[in-house]
Design a binder for this molecule. Structure first.
Ligand SMILES: *Cc1c(COP(=O)(O)O)cnc(C)c1O
Length: 451
C-alpha cells in the first residue's frame, strides 16, 4: 500500500466546535440532502469539516453506501437465489470505498490494469475480479490471465490474443463475452443514442456472438464461464433491462441447444440510476428485481438450467453518498447573470461539463433571499459552470456550498488541470470521520517532471 497510516488516521471533530444538540456528521449530511442545509446547526457541523480539512473537499457518507447495498440485496436475494453482485470500481476508486464494498461481500468489476491493482491492494483475489474493457493492452491481458480473473472478451481479435497468451502461460483463461444486445436503455424518453452503433460488445445480431462462443468452445486454452452485457448508465426505467434480459436468456438457450454450452453466470451489467434532482422518481432495485423475476424464471426454465445472475453497479452504491464542499470566492453580477464563483471547477467535478449533468447545490447556513445564479468554477474555461440558473439563498464570499451526489464519477474523474492539487476525501461514519485520501499538494503536481 502506498498510503501511509496518517491518511487513515481516525480524526474526531474538535469538541470546541460542537454543541450538545448539534447533529452528528451523518445527520448533517442527511439534512443537506433533505434540503435543510440552511439550518445553522447543520452548517456549523459541516463548517467544522471544511475548516479542518480545507476545500474543495469530497465527503462520503458510509451509511448511505451500506443502505444502497442493503436495498439491492433485499430486492434481489429473495428472488434470485443464485446471485452475485460486483462493484464497478471506476465509479469511485478510493481504496477505503472499495474495501467497504468488499466488506459487503461484493466482487470487483474492473476496466484497467490500475483497477486490477487497486482490487488486489484492497484484498481481492484474482479469481474475484471481472475485467471488462473493449480495448485491453498486452500487459493487461497478461496480468488478468495470470491472476485467474474473468476476462470479459469484447472481440474475436481479443479472443485470439487471450488464447495465445494463455498458451504462453500454460493456463486456461476464464472468459465471458460482452455482447451487444442492441437495446437502447432510453428508448422511451431520451434521445436515441443507438446502442447498436456503440463500440462495446459482440452483437447478438447476425449470429456474431454465437460464432464467438463457437470459436471459443473449440479452444482448449479457453474456459467459457459466462455471458455479459452492460447497456448503459444512469438508467431510471426498467424497460431497457427487461428487453435485454429477454434477449440474453433466449441466447442462453440458443448456446445450450446449438453448442451444448452451460454457463456459470449471466451478467446483466450495472447502470442502475439514482435521483439527481429533488423529488425525482427513479426505478428502485425493488422495481427492477420485480420486473426481471418472471423473465428470468421463464428464461431459465426454457434453457433447462439456472446460471448465477451477476449484477455490477457502480453509481448506485456510491453516487448519493458523496458531497463536494466548496467555498465561495466571489459573487459577481453581470448585465445578464449572477455568478457565484467557487474554489472548485471541472477539475474537481467533471460531470456537469462532460455530460451536462445536474447536481443539486445547497448553500450552508442560509435560507433567505433567494436569487437565481450560476455556480461557476475556478477553471479558466467558459464552459466551467458547475450548476446553471439555480434559485438559491443569496450566497456571499466565504460561504460554504455543498454539491450533492458526487460520490460516483466525481473524484475518479478529477484532474490537476490548471495546476490545482487534487482534493482530499473523507469518509463519515456516524459522527466520526476518516481521511481516506490526503489533499494533494504542489509536490504532486510537479512529480515526474524533474523540476
Ligand atoms: C461503468 C460500468 C459499470 C458501472 O456502471 P454504473 O452506471 O456506474 O452502474 C458496470 N459495468 C461495466 C462494464 C461498466 O463499464
Amino acid at each position: 500500500m502506498s498510503l501511509r497510516p496518517l491518511s487513515l488516521a481516525l480524526l474526531l471533530l474538535a469538541p470546541a466546535l460542537l454543541r450538545a444538540a448539534d447533529p452528528t456528521l451523518h445527520e448533517a449530511l442527511v439534512a443537506v440532502r433533505a434540503d435543510k442545509a440552511g439550518d445553522p446547526a447543520v452548517a456549523r457541523v459541516l463548517q467544522g469539516l471544511a475548516s479542518a480539512h480545507g476545500t474543495p473537499l469530497y465527503v462520503y457518507d458510509q451509511a448511505h453506501i451500506r443502505g444502497q447495498v442493503a436495498s439491492l440485496k433485499a430486492a434481489f436475494a429473495p428472488r434470485f437465489p443464485k446471485l452475485r453482485v460486483l462493484y464497478a470500481l471506476k465509479a469511485n476508486t478510493n481504496p477505503s470505498i472499495i474495501g467497504l464494498l468488499k466488506g459487503e461481500g461484493l466482487g470487483a468489476e474492473v476496466v484497467s490494469l490500475g483497477e486490477i491493482e487497486w482490487a488486489l491492494r484492497t484484498g481481492y483475489k484474482g479469481s474475484e475480479i471481472m475485467f471488462t474493457s473493449s480495448s485491453k493492452n498486452p500487459a493487461e491481458l497478461r496480468r488478468a490471465i495470470a491472476l485467474g480473473a474473468v476476462l470479459n472478451v469484447d472481440s474475436l481479435d481479443e479472443l485470439g490474443q487471450v488464447r495465445d497468451e494463455a498458451r504462453r502461460q500454460k493456463k486456461q483463461a476464464r472468459i465471458s463475452f460482452r455482447v451487444n444486445p442492441g437495446v437502447d436503455p432510453h428508448t422511451i424518453h431520451q434521445i436515441n443514442t443507438g446502442i447498436t452503433e456503440s463500440k462495446f460488445g459482440l452483437h447478438l445480431q447476425d449470429g456474431i456472438a454465437l460464432r464467438a462462443y463457437e470459436q471459443a468452445k473449440a479452444m482448449p486454452e479457453i474456459r467459457i464461464e459466462g455471458l455479459h452485457c452492460h447497456i448503459g448508465s444512469q438508467i431510471t426505467e426498467t424497460e431497457g433491462y427487461t428487453l435485454t434480459a429477454k434477449k440474453m436468456l433466449a441466447f442462453v438457450k440458443e448456446l445450450k441447444d446449438k453448442l451444448g454450452l452451460r454457463l456459470a453466470f449471466v451478467d446483466l451489467g450495472g447502470g442502475l440510476g439514482i435521483p439527481y434532482k429533488d423529488g425525482q422518481a427513479v426505478m428502485s432495485p425493488e422495481d427492477l428485481a420485480r420486473a426481471l423475476e418472471p423473465i428470468w424464471k421463464e428464461g431459465v426454465a426454457a434453457a433447462g438450467y439456472e446460471p448465477t445472475l451477476w449484477l455490477e453497479p457502480g453509481r448506485f452504491f456510491v453516487g448519493g453518498s458523496g458531497f463536494v464542499l466548496v467555498r465561495v470566492n466571489t459573487v459577481k453580477q453581470t448585465p445578464v447573470k449572477t455568478f457565484v464563483n467557487v474554489d472548485a471547477g471541472f477539475n474537481t467535478l467533471m460531470r456537469p461539463i462532460l455530460y451536462q449533468a445536474y447536481h443539486r447545490v445547497r448553500v450552508l447556513g442560509k435560507s433567505a433571499d433567494p436569487v437565481t445564479v450560476d455556480i461557476a468554477g475556478d477553471v479558466c474555461e467558459t464552459g466551467d459552470i458547475l450548476a446553471e440558473a439555480r434559485t438559491l439563498p443569496r450566497a456571499a464570499a466565504g460561504d460554504l456550498l455543498a454539491i450533492l451526489d458526487a460520490g460516483a464519477y466525481g473524484f475518479s474523474m478529477a484532474s490537476e488541470y490548471n495546476s490545482r492539487p487534487m482534493p482530499a476525501e473523507l469518509l463519515v461514519d456516524g459522527n466520526r470521520v476518516r481521511v481516506i485520501r490526503r489533499r494533494g499538494g504542489f509536490g504532486d503536481i510537479f512529480r515526474n517532471t524533474g523540476k
